[in-house]
Design a protein around this ligand. Structure first.
Ligand code: FES
Length: 82
């Protein structure tokens, strides 16, 4: 369906604002990756947004930057606090 992780959060009505709609301007789709699942490299926009965001951890990623693919099977994430 060409969705990203942020869109999955929203489809399941999880408490994620996704305020900027994935424009790397809010970090409200931040999550903590808790599995060893290989993910796409972090892009410059995502990296720059996370530098400015709150509640950052070493395993922080922005959900909009994680496209849903079969390789993500068994991916585990925890949503960051709002
Ligand atoms: S929704 Fe704004 S950066 Fe993710």
């Amino acid at each position: 369906m060409a969705m990203n992780l942020m869109e999955v959060y929203k489809a399941y009505e999880l408490s994620v604002e996704g305020t900027c709609g994935g424009m790397a301007m809010c970090a409200s789709c931040q999550c903590y990756v808790t599995s060893e699942t290989p993910l796409p490299e972090m892009g410059t926009d995502e990296d720059m947004m996370l530098v400015e965001a709150f509640h950052i951890e070493d395993n922080s990623r922005l959900g909009y930057q994680i496209p849903i693919t079969p390789e993500l099977e068994r991916l585990e994430v925890t949503l960051a606090p709002e």
